[in-house]
Design a protein around this ligand. Structure first.
Ligand code: BES
Ligand code: MN
Ligand code: MN
Length: 456
């Protein structure tokens, strides 16, 4: 291992340059992105994986963006096989005026690299790729079998991934899935994530009169779509922070007393948290701690709202239309499709007859929870300890990686989530960045992890 660690340290500057090249490709996966750039990014990975000595490197076409696959399976049948999953697609960059550098021209400041995708997920994908390279260059082999799967639609809900897994069960067969697409609990505190929330995402469209109307001539006797939409959103949660949708909590598994005690030990400082976000008070579900509210309880948020006049100055109208995007985060054992039905019925029920409402279910993903008392998790804890010299903590994440559930369902494989991001690295937001200290320690952690798994 010393030689591998030595190689990583000697080549680290080049590893940073290669990450920069990866970050320069604007692989935005949603409709605002450029499909050519998605292909350029997938091809960049193919070429890179070929160069470091991975085998069977190829691109799988899907109905959406392509999936990159590679493997190295010469360690022998008595060694474990891991499937490493990550994503090369990134979120859009808006609002671009809030970026201090161009989102696709990476800049290093204070030992952090700034670019869209730096922490989510290109930097973290590269920790594995560079670790594999180091192993292969130093030892000319790996001590375990590795399959690599890097997809291009994670940020839009992986709409074509389930079909791909179902069609390629044999190819993807593995003992464990390993994913680095989560955050460390805080700086210098390596973390293993054992639960992710699920997601159901909606757009609510409210239509009132057939055209915008003069608000003086018509105001006073009509349902105003914006007012009504605001009322609907206001009724989705009560004053205790509970979601009011009928049946919403039916399948929620309550957090056990033991787990609550463990979560309470995490170093969460409410005042620092509020100060960092510049808020005066928190607002969460009564009866749960902020850590529980953030990760172990479902929640509902309006993500965007529009309608009527949005320009400068005043314009007096009753708008014809108003819309909002709403995300609902789910926990085990909630089912996103069932939640979609409950959500739709409830919104229809509370919407007054003065307007028409239409609800679009944009996408859904299942929550996941994995046992932590397994060999693969203990090996991960050892590896993180070796790299960081600190005992890792076990955390839940509030975010979602819906494919974790699909790997369990179709491959019967549990995922080990070792993330090297930090919570304040602005994922999905302007000035996204990735701490190069964690890039380095992440590469080392992956190497230690492959080593630990090989000796199980
Ligand atoms: N890497 C994130 C998931 C994540 C977020 C893990 C926060 C830990 C903390 C992933 O790329 C992501 O953003 N997922 C989406 C879900 C998807 C269905 C659009 C999310 O959580 O919003
Ligand atoms: Mn991600
Ligand atoms: Mn993301």
């Amino acid at each position: 291992m010393d030689k591998i660690i030595g190689y990583i340290e000697e080549n680290f500057d080049r590893f940073v340059n290669e990450l920069s090249d990866f970050l320069r490709i604007p692989s935005i996966s949603n409709d605002s992105g450029d499909k050519n750039e998605i292909y350029r990014c997938a091809n960049w990975l193919v070429e890179h994986l070929d160069r470091i000595g991975m085998q069977n490197v190829c691109v799988f076409e899907t109905n959406g963006h392509p999936i990159v696959y590679a493997d190295w399976l010469n360690a022998g049948r008595d060694k474990p096989t891991i499937l490493i999953y990550g994503h090369y697609d990134v979120q859009p960059v808006d609002p671009i005026e809030l970026w201090e550098n161009h989102p696709f021209e990476p800049v290093i400041k204070n030992n952090k690299i700034f670019a869209r995708g730096a922490t989510d997920d290109k930097g973290q994908v590269m920790t594995h790729i560079k670790s594999i390279e180091s192993y292969l260059k130093v030892k000319n082999k790996l001590d375990l079998n590795i399959k690599l799967l890097i997809e291009g639609e994670e940020e839009i809900g992986s709409p074509n991934f389930e079909v791909f897994i179902k069609d390629n069960k044999k190819l993807l067969e593995c003992d464990y899935v390993v994913i680095s697409d989560t955050a460390m609990y805080k700086e210098d505190l390596p973390s293993i994530c054992y639960a992710l929330r699920g997601l159901a995402y909606f757009q609510i469209n409210v239509t009132g009169p057939n055209r915008d109307l003069h608000s003086g001539s018509y105001g006073g006797c009509l349902g105003n779509p914006i007012n009504v939409l605001a009322e609907i959103i206001g009724k989705l949660k009560d004053e205790n922070g509970r979601i009011t949708i009928d049946g919403f909590y039916d399948d929620v598994i309550e957090i056990s007393q033991e787990e609550r005690q463990e979560l309470a030990k995490l170093p969460f400082n409410k005042n620092e948290f509020m100060k960092e976000l510049n808020v005066n008070e928190l607002n969460g579900e009564i009866g749960y701690s902020p850590v529980e509210q953030l990760t172990a309880r479902p929640t509902l948020d309006c993500n965007g709202i529009w309608g009527g006049y949005q320009g400068k100055g005043a314009k007096t109208i009753i708008p014809s239309k108003a819309s909002a995007k709403v995300s609902v985060r789910l926990v085990s054992n909630q089912n996103p499709d069932k939640i979609a039905e409950l959500f739709t019925n409830y919104v229809k029920k509370i919407c007054p007859n003065t307007v028409n409402v239409d609800i679009e279910y944009l996408h859904g993903g299942y929550p996941s929870i994995t046992p932590i008392n397994t060999k693969a998790i203990r090996a991960a804890a050892k590896a993180l300890k070796r790299a960081y010299n600190v005992e890792p903590v076990f955390v839940r994440e509030g975010g979602s990686i819906p494919i974790v559930n699909l790997f369990k369902k179709h491959l019967n494989a549990d995922s080990v989530l070792i993330g090297f991001g930090l919570p304040n690295e602005n994922a999905h937001s302007p000035n996204e960045n990735f701490d190069l200290k964690n890039y380095l320690n992440g590469i080392k952690s992956c190497s230690f992890y492959y080593n630990e798994l090989a000796s199980l």
